[in-house]
Design a protein around this ligand. Structure first.
Ligand code: FES
Length: 523
């Protein structure tokens, strides 16, 4: 009998713990045209929280999700409900000034309070727990920064302190502690919110892919891939990377990053708290209690820009090695990865898509801190729709221009995208004959660059690796078996299905089903 190595990270379940431990309701797809107050594109935490709040305010809403609720970044989160978003408050104070930086702090602290009260009021069983959050360092050179962060956080009313000892099994040099933060099972929480949305003229639609917004008539019309139309007074784009740009040039001010998570069982318990290091590589830790009442530790980190690495499997291994060197592991149970939208100045874009479209709103660029930023976004957009203003809108305004924070980064990101567009087209491919089972390569066939993947049974899949968004060359991701875009983070399965936007069209299949495109002998 083959003995399974419980400590082999690649023997673990390749699915997020959160999605593995819930039963999701099924919702219908949109079958006919619709008139609604607010159309919300995207069924993650931003879309569902927005729909919940808007319906409560008396509006009729329709959530339009391209696959199933929570399949995207929401289902792949670390689920830290915290206003501690790295060491940011000192930087926000310096770059945005007191008033705007305070808006960020208050909006995110309010988000923790909002979820806490809702969980209590609705008695939502979602493993909710209040606890402190820490950012620690092992390196003297971060101490000053951490101490300045304590001052800045306190200045904005956050209960923060400097600590020399924190409940981790290794020695640290110093840490900042935020009191009264929280962790939860995000999908158990969101399932409860989602249940209250359909009815009385409001809807959730799944398997309903939105591909366009017609906005000439000041009454935007959302158009689905099947040609159905939803006419709305307002549209909220909560699709992670905005699927519709409206000349807001979001693809020049957002880049995407991938990161990795494993869930392990250890002999030791993780101390009371959620933990993040100040240095790189990132190591983020939190615990959860599984369905058998046993503690699992989530180990998260290994961030990198989407599609900028050849070997992505190594990131899971690095997390496993970190866990093994700091805990006595009994097993590695889950592994998953996720993708986040990063803004150029570290602050999300929440508000009207452009100044010319005061009826299309967007929430994106949460910089990995989607649990509170999404909740803050839902409240800001509720205020903008129902009152025309929000006390927190300024710092998050998608139209802001922050020369100190954004200009150098914007230039770097755009040059990087430009370089990828050019170099991707010029790099020579390799021969498909070398392709072993379980491997992928870029090959050249009839002058065309083709992504080739041979599965473990020897079946070959060939796709055109020109991204269907703006034409960048896709890169193979060996940890997830996907073709990923280095420009704006669209992702595709090896069969060509679109997994992640902003692209929404699939890749062209070039294998047997479309054999006239390349030499059929290849397949
Ligand atoms: Fe924009 Fe691929 S996601 S070109």
């Amino acid at each position: 009998m083959e003995l399974k190595d419980n400590l082999d990270v690649f023997g673990s379940k390749h699915e997020p713990y959160w999605l593995s431990t819930i039963e999701r309701d099924d919702y219908p797809s949109l079958e006919e045209n619709l008139n609604i107050d607010v159309a919300i594109v995207g069924g993650g935490i931003t879309g569902i929280t927005s729909a919940f709040l808007l319906k409560k305010a008396g509006l009729k809403v329709a959530v339009l999700e391209s696959t199933k609720l929570f399949n995207g970044t929401t289902g792949h989160t670390t689920a830290k409900l915290t206003s501690q978003h790295g060491l940011i408050y000192d930087r926000l104070l310096n770059h945005f000034g007191e008033e705007k930086a305070r808006q960020y702090a208050v909006a995110n602290e309010d988000a923790i309070r909002f979820v806490t009260e809702l969980v209590k009021e609705k008695n939502i069983d979602c493993d909710f727990d209040i606890l402190p959050a820490y950012i620690y360092t092992l390196d003297e050179k971060y101490l000053d920064k951490i101490k300045r962060e304590v001052l800045a956080a306190n200045f904005f009313g956050i209960e923060a302190s400097f600590e020399e000892n924190i409940p981790l099994p290794f020695k640290i040099t110093g840490a900042i502690k935020f009191a009264n933060q929280a962790k939860f099972h995000p999908l158990k929480y969101l399932l409860a919110l989602a249940k209250s949305i359909p009815g009385d003229g409001s809807f959730i639609f799944e398997n309903t892919k939105v591909v366009d917004i017609e906005d000439e008539e000041k009454k935007p019309i959302v158009v689905t891939k099947d040609g159905k139309k939803v006419t709305a007074s307002f549209v909220i784009i909560a699709s992670h990377f905005p699927f519709y740009d409206g000349f807001g040039l979001y693809f020049t001010k957002i880049h995407t990053q991938r990161s990795y998570a494993i869930a392990v069982k250890a002999k030791e318990k993780l101390g009371e708290g959620m933990f993040l290091n100040a240095e790189t590589p990132t190591r983020s830790l939190r615990s959860l209690t599984d369905e058998n009442g046993e503690e699992l530790i989530l180990v998260v980190g290994e961030n990198h820009k989407t599609a900028d690495q050849k070997n992505t499997k190594v990131h899971y291994q690095n997390l496993a090695d970190f866990a093994k060197s700091n805990f006595t592991l009994e097993s590695i149970l889950y592994r998953w990865s996720t993708q986040d939208c990063m803004s150029v100045d570290g602050v999300p874009y929440i508000g009207f898509l452009t100044s010319k479209n005061p009826y299309i709103l967007v929430a994106t660029g949460f910089n990995k801190w989607g649990m509170t930023n999404s909740t803050a976004a839902a409240k800001i957009m509720l205020d903008l729709i129902t009152k025309g203003e929000s006390p927190w809108a300024d710092i998050f305004s998608p139209q802001r221009f922050s020369i100190f924070a954004s200009a150098p980064n914007l230039v770097v990101q755009n040059l990087d995208v430009f370089r990828k567009l050019i170099s991707g087209k010029l790099t020579a491919g390799s021969k498909e004959e070398d392709l072993k089972n379980g491997e992928a390569k870029v090959i050249t066939a009839e002058g065309q660059k083709v992504g080739a993947y041979r599965d473990n049974d020897g079946k070959l899949y060939l796709v055109d690796i020109t991204c269907t968004h703006l034409g960048c060359e896709l890169v193979w991701n060996d940890a997830e078996l996907t073709w990923d875009c280095p420009c704006h983070g669209s992702r595709f399965s090896y069969t060509g299905e679109n997994i992640e936007g902003p692209a929404f069209n699939r890749l062209k299949r070039l294998d047997k089903e479309d054999a006239n495109v390349i030499d059929p002998n290849l397949v």
